[in-house]
Design a protein around this ligand. Structure first.
Ligand SMILES: [Zn+2]
Length: 440
C-alpha cells in the first residue's frame, strides 16, 4: 500500500511542478504520463481574447523597401487572370480543405506548380487593409491604409489597367462585394479614402476597364431613390445611357458578344449572396460564371484586335467571414472562390498562353486550427478559432501565399513583397510597343 502511495506522490509532485511552470508544461506532462482523460476533464478557462498572452513590441527602425530581383521572362504571357481571396491566408485555405474533404482533400490552389509567400504591410501599417494592399498589386507602390491608386502624398499612381490599356490589352474586374469596394476600386480609381464610394463609382464609370461585374446597385443610386449615394446622382441611369447595364445572371449567357460597350453588371443592391436578401440569390452569378463571361468577352475583343486581357477576380467575402468570426460563412465563400480558381486554371491549361495568379491581400480573423481540447490532439473534432477579437475580427499581419501557373509564373516563388507581384505581372506581359487602346 505504501509503495503505491509513494509512487502516486511522486507523480503528483511532478505534475504540480510542471503546472507551476505554466499550463502548457502541465498539459505536456499529463500527456506524457498518459493522463489524457485528466487533461480533457480540466475546464477551459472562461474569458475574453484579452486574457491571452500578448506582447506589445516596438519594432526596429524600418529599412527601405528593396524590389525583388526578377527573372527575365522570355516566353511571355498573352493574358493574366489575377484572383485575390480577400483575407485568405494559409489558415483559411487549410480550413476549407479540411471542411470540404478532410486532410487529404486537394483544392484548386493545391494543383498549382509554383507557390510563394507575400508580405503584406502597407506604407503606414504592419497590418494592411484591402485598399493599400490592392494598390500595391495594381501599381507596384506602397501606400497608406485606406488609399486607392494614390501614393502616401496623394499623388496619382498609374494602375495596371491604365498602363496595359496603352499597349492594347482589355481589362475586367469582378467581385462578390459591391464593385466599389476597396480591391476592385484600386484597379480603376484614384481616391484618398476607400469610403468615398460616390467618387469611386464615378472613376469606375470613366475607367477604361471594359467589364465590371459584382454587386452594388445601391452605390449607383441616390438616397432619395433608396440608394447609398450622398451626392444625389442617379449614376445607374447614366450607366444605362452610356454603357450596358446587366442586373441578372441570365443576361450574362444571353449577352451578344459583338456588343463593344463597357459592361457594368450590378447583380445585387449591395454584396452578392446577402443573407438578408435571399429572393435575389437566384438572379446572382457565381464568381466562376462571371469569370466565364469576362474570358469570353475578352477573347472576342482579342479576335477584333486586342493583344491580350487582364482579369481580376476578388473573393471579397472571405474577408467578411473572418471579420464575422464565422466558419460556415468562410466555407461558403471559399467554395465560390475555389471554383473560380479551378475555372481560371482549366482555361490556362487549355490555352497555354495565360498566367494565373492566386493570392490574397492580407489574413483576416487570426484563424487557427486547434485540437478540440487543450492537448487532445486525437479527438474526432477539430476546433476552428478566430483570434483577433470576439464578435468582430480584424486583419492580421501574417503573410499570405501566392500560387502561379503559366508563362511568367517563375517569378512567383520565394518571398515577395506585395509590390513585387505588380512587377512580376508586368514582366510576364509583352509591353514593348505602345499601340494605344484596342477598345474604343
Ligand atoms: Zn477586411
Amino acid at each position: 500500500m505504501s509503495i503505491i502511495f509513494n509512487f502516486l506522490k511522486r507523480y503528483i509532485l511532478i505534475i504540480v511542478i510542471a503546472f507551476s511552470l505554466g499550463a502548457f508544461a502541465g498539459y505536456k506532462t499529463l500527456e506524457s504520463l498518459g493522463m489524457q482523460a485528466l487533461i480533457n476533464a480540466i475546464p477551459i478557462p472562461e474569458g475574453s481574447i484579452a486574457d491571452k498572452d500578448m506582447f506589445l513590441e516596438t519594432l526596429p527602425e524600418g529599412k527601405a523597401l528593396t524590389q525583388k530581383e526578377l527573372v527575365p521572362v522570355n516566353n511571355k504571357a498573352k493574358n493574366i487572370i489575377l484572383l485575390i481571396g480577400d483575407g485568405m491566408s494559409i489558415s483559411q485555405i487549410s480550413s476549407y480543405r479540411l471542411l470540404k474533404g478532410g486532410p487529404n482533400e486537394r483544392l484548386s490552389v493545391d494543383k498549382f506548380p509554383i507557390s510563394g509567400i507575400v508580405l503584406t504591410h502597407s506604407e503606414n501599417a504592419i497590418v494592411t487593409d484591402s485598399a493599400s494592399s490592392a494598390t500595391a498589386y495594381s501599381t507596384g507602390r506602397k501606400t497608406n491604409n485606406g488609399a486607392l491608386g494614390l501614393d502616401k502624398d496623394n499623388k496619382i499612381l498609374e494602375n495596371l489597367t491604365e498602363r496595359i490599356h496603352e499597349y492594347g490589352y482589355v481589362s475586367s474586374l469582378i467581385s462578390t462585394s459591391e464593385i466599389t469596394h476597396a480591391t476592385p476600386a484600386a484597379f480603376a480609381s484614384h481616391v484618398d479614402l476607400r469610403w468615398k464610394t460616390d467618387e469611386i463609382s464615378k472613376d469606375m464609370m470613366e475607367s477604361n476597364v471594359m467589364t465590371i461585374l459584382g454587386g452594388g446597385r445601391h452605390f449607383f443610386l441616390p438616397e432619395e431613390m433608396g440608394g447609398k449615394r450622398d451626392d444625389g446622382l442617379d449614376l445607374l441611369q447614366e450607366v444605362k445611357s452610356k454603357h450596358t447595364l446587366l442586373t441578372q445572371k441570365r443576361e450574362l449567357s444571353g449577352f451578344a458578344l459583338d456588343n463593344r460597350d463597357k459592361v457594368i453588371g450590378l447583380f445585387a443592391d449591395e454584396h452578392l449572396r446577402d443573407i438578408e436578401k435571399p429572393d435575389n440569390h437566384s438572379f446572382e452569378p457565381t464568381s466562376s460564371e462571371m469569370l466565364d463571361f469576362a474570358i469570353n468577352r475578352s477573347l472576342k475583343f482579342q479576335e477584333e484586335g486586342c493583344k491580350g486581357f487582364f482579369i481580376m477576380v476578388e473573393g471579397s467575402q472571405v474577408d467578411w467571414a473572418g471579420h464575422a468570426n464565422n466558419i460556415n460563412y468562410l466555407k461558403r465563400e471559399m467554395q465560390d472562390f475555389d471554383e473560380a480558381v479551378q475555372n481560371a486554371l482549366d482555361y490556362a491549361i487549355q490555352s497555354q498562353d495565360t498566367l494565373v495568379i492566386v493570392t490574397a491581400d492580407h489574413e483576416t480573423g487570426g484563424l487557427l486550427i486547434e485540437p478540440a481540447a487543450p492537448a487532445d490532439y486525437t479527438a474526432p473534432e477539430v476546433k476552428f478559432s478566430f483570434n483577433t477579437g470576439i464578435g468582430y475580427g480584424s486583419h492580421t499581419g501574417v503573410p499570405v501565399p501566392v500560387y502561379a501557373y503559366g508563362p511568367g509564373s517563375e517569378n512567383f516563388t520565394g518571398t515577395l513583397d506585395n509590390t513585387d507581384v505588380y512587377y512580376a505581372m508586368v514582366e510576364a506581359l509583352e509591353l514593348d510597343k505602345q499601340t494605344g487602346s484596342c477598345v474604343d
